[in-house]
Design a protein around this ligand. Structure first.
Ligand code: GLU
Length: 436
């Protein structure tokens, strides 16, 4: 039987990385097996399901390149079928009606657990068992006539002919109920695999308090979708060896459920950022420029900049741009009214002797061939004359010409800025920003 899996989000808010990781695992599994990856929208909660939240799910899938097969199934359109299944369960004695609490508001339909221990073999966690005494009857249709999650979930998995259910391990308890529902309906249950939670450094469920937690946050923080996909694929799955950066095709080729880990997966933003920097450094320059321009679309200074110069800046900065959002700090290449970081000014410029050193450097840089080698030599001579060790002046020069503490190689940055800007900024720093 060919594999059919699904991603079944409830569109009630932002898309958490835990949810999208579930989608990624299902997608990789389907593509590895040559099966189908389907989308089901669990929108039966009419109050909490919103069109915006659904759009956020579709945008997240699209951004990450997770394509689905066939038409999406909307659970809310199938309520009639869900209710018919509940009636069938009542008729064959597996469910009963009750006016819960005797309120007179209407009867709900309750599924009768079979009174035996429940056991199933989880593809990730192995055999799981629950004793009969801990398995209570449960509501499948509320007194207002709406089906509950349990009923709608299994009814639609049957309709969609789902063979494997891969979902978060917050659903393990539900699975005992779901397997019983399948049995009562005389349908063979699909195979289940429950993915471990994504946790923070303290081992607690990863939430927005821990930093970016929703797919949209990663997009706006300047992550590359392929890097996030790759990182999340490795969060709970090991391809074997110490492979980390992998192409989609390599992940599809290597993905099997027996390599999914059962222990919690710890989200590490530093590691993710590192992976992102590898993706960015390795991408074609034109792609990089296009992504960076997207990020800079809202920055006034980035309008009408010279295209060729922009390309040169991008070429110099690409390998240092760990996140696209870093490009917001490129202003100093293009404009003189960039901001100076106060901390860096204090550390780099407000020191004895710096004013003099920067102003002699400015004079010494006049009239030379303005290349990396010569600039380095002149800076070194200026340091010697000031009685400073080699390299001592670099930080101050960087702050004077860029306003910040980090960037590309100093001499390369100076060459790209050009002599006029460098001299102007060194003199401005000496006159206005340095201490005595
Ligand atoms: N809507 C459920 C969720 O997002 C689906 C659970 C399932 O995959 O069966 O948790």
């Amino acid at each position: 039987m060919s594999v059919r899996v699904r991603f079944a989000p409830s569109p009630t808010g932002n898309v958490h990385i835990g949810n999208i990781r579930t989608a990624i695992f299902n997608w990789l599994f389907a593509r590895h097996e040559g099966g189908k990856f389907l989308l089901r929208v669990e929108d039966t909660d009419r109050e909490r399901s919103t069109p915006e939240a659904l759009q956020a799910v579709l945008d997240a899938l699209n951004w990450l390149g997770i394509d689905y097969d066939e038409e999406p199934l909307y659970q809310s359109k199938r309520i009639g079928v869900h209710l018919a299944i509940a009636e069938k369960l009542v008729q064959n004695g597996h469910a009963y009606k009750e006016d819960k609490g005797g309120t007179g508001k209407g009867e709900c339909i309750i599924f009768k657990m079979p009174g035996k221990d429940a056991v199933y073999t989880d593809l990730v966690k192995g055999e799981l068992r629950k004793e009969a005494k801990d398995l209570k009857d449960f509501v499948i249709v509320r007194s207002d006539g709406t089906p509950t999650f349990h009923l709608a979930n299994i009814a639609d998995d049957i309709e969609m002919k789902i063979t494997h259910i891969i979902r978060g391990d917050d659903h393990v308890e539900n699975t005992f109920k779901h397997v019983a529902l399948y049995e009562a309906l005389g349908v063979t249950p699909p195979k289940y695999g429950h993915l471990p939670m994504i946790v923070n450094a303290q081992g607690k469920p990863y939430s927005k308090r821990d930093g970016a937690a929703f797919v949209g946050d990663f997009k706006s923080n300047g992550f590359h979708p392929d890097a996030l996909f790759n990182y999340l694929a490795l969060l709970g799955w090991s391809p074997g060896g110490d492979r980390e950066k992998m192409t989609r095709a390599e992940m599809i080729e290597a993905f099997t459920l027996d390599r999914v880990k059962s222990g919690p997966s710890q989200m590490d933003l530093v590691k993710l950022t590192h992976m992102n920097s590898e993706y960015v450094a390795g991408m074609p320059q034109d792609d990089f420029i296009a992504r960076v321009k997207d990020v800079l679309a809202g920055a006034d200074w980035a309008r009408n900049v010279d295209e060729n110069f922009f390309r040169e800046v991008a070429a110099l900065m690409q390998s240092r741009t760990h996140l696209y959002s870093y490009a917001a700090g490129w202003k100093y290449f293009f404009m003189d009214d960039f901001d100076y970081e106060e901390k860096s000014v204090n550390k780099g410029l407000k020191k004895e002797g710096i004013r003099q050193a920067l102003s002699s450097l400015a004079s010494a840089l006049e009239g030379i061939d303005f290349s990396v080698g010569t600039i380095e030599k002149i800076i070194h001579e200026t340091e010697l004359a000031a009685g400073a060790k080699q390299g001592k002046l670099n930080f101050s020069i960087r702050v004077a010409i860029t306003g910040c503490a980090t960037g590309a190689g100093l001499y390369e940055t100076m060459v790209l800025l050009g002599r006029d800007k460098v001299l102007k900024r060194l003199r401005h720093a000496a006159e206005k920003l340095c201490g005595e």
